[in-house]
Design a binder for this molecule. Sequence first.
Ligand code: NAD
Ligand code: ZN
Length: 354
Amino acid sequence: MKGFAMLAPNEVGFLKKDAPVLAPGDALVRPLAVSPCTSDIHTVYEGAIGERHDMILGHEAVGVVVEVGAAVRDFRPGDRVIVPAITPDWGAERSQAGFPMHSGGMLAGWKFSNFKDGVFAEQFHVNDADANLARLPEWLKPEHAVMLCDMATTGLHGAEMAEIGFGDSVVVIGIGAVGLMALQGAARRGAGHIYAVGTRPKSVEVAKHFGANTIISYKDGSIAEQILKLTDNRGVDRVIIAGGTVDTIAEAVEMVKPGGIISNVNYFSGSDTITIPRPEWGAGMAHKQIRGGLTPGGRRRMEHLLDMIAAGRLEVAPLVTHVFHGMDHLPEALELMRNKPADLIKPVVIIAEE
Ligand code: NAD
Ligand code: ZN
């Protein structure tokens, strides 16, 4: 089968591999729609997960089941499915502890394009199919459904970890697809004033549509200084980080109030250490919590997101700004994610129209 892969650090291209082999609980899926992720860029061009060779990229896909192992109960060949980016081993100790994304080791619930071949292929392997696949409903287009696999679940996780309460002031740093979903999540949880930090015109437009009250740009100087100025030095109750650098944590510590929560879903690359400013952290006693997490995945999470869309409480369509048709456009779509033109939020590649 054909796949679009990281051939080596800084090098991508198409290659051929044997179709994956199934264990009794697994499924083989062929994609209908896929989307490249900023994480694919961190992986290929920033060495964020270390060296990988000939690893098929991609972890956001909806598709059609081709084959199932003998132990799979709920899915059959021909079923249309949503495949979450995070596909935990549900029997693992960390899953039982409530952290399925770390089943089998830290971040190891993220298997596609990390510990095994990803979804940018003619076919791909899904472990624990009954617990990791969700049915793709007729009423949702594949190019929109593919926003649930990673973008919606991750952004909402940012809002969940931040424990936003009614009236809390919130800063969302980074308004790519993940930050925009975090922003929508913050609004849904009853946030008060929402400050969005971003520059791309399309992202700014969608941020306002999802409920941002004030837009600021990190290109206009320190984010913390801007927020402190706007809040008469009081700061904000919650900060969600969905973009930025290792220095963004320090800025978040500066702008969050004592007792506040910083929730990070950004994938930091570029340095082995992250610095926390001592005075702004109350010399360690400010009750300023710093949290960070890989998104939950699995079937139930996808079904809950579907229920939110069906109930009119989650909107994903505005994220999709570019749609390509055919697997051959994967390199172009990935390049878009790397260069982030002004009109981009997320590109989707339709692999099969049916
Ligand atoms: P994106 O690149 O589209 O958005 C990030 C935004 O941050 C961009 O708009 C960029 O302009 C902005 N930004 C860059 N530097 C900044 C700075 N110094 N200060 C403030 N903002 C800055 O990416 P995305 O697809 O929305 O993903 C966001 C992050 O989430 C990425 O790092 C991605 O790898 C990560 N991610 C994490 C998970 C998870 O499970 N935790 C899942 C998916 C993606
Ligand atoms: Zn991703």
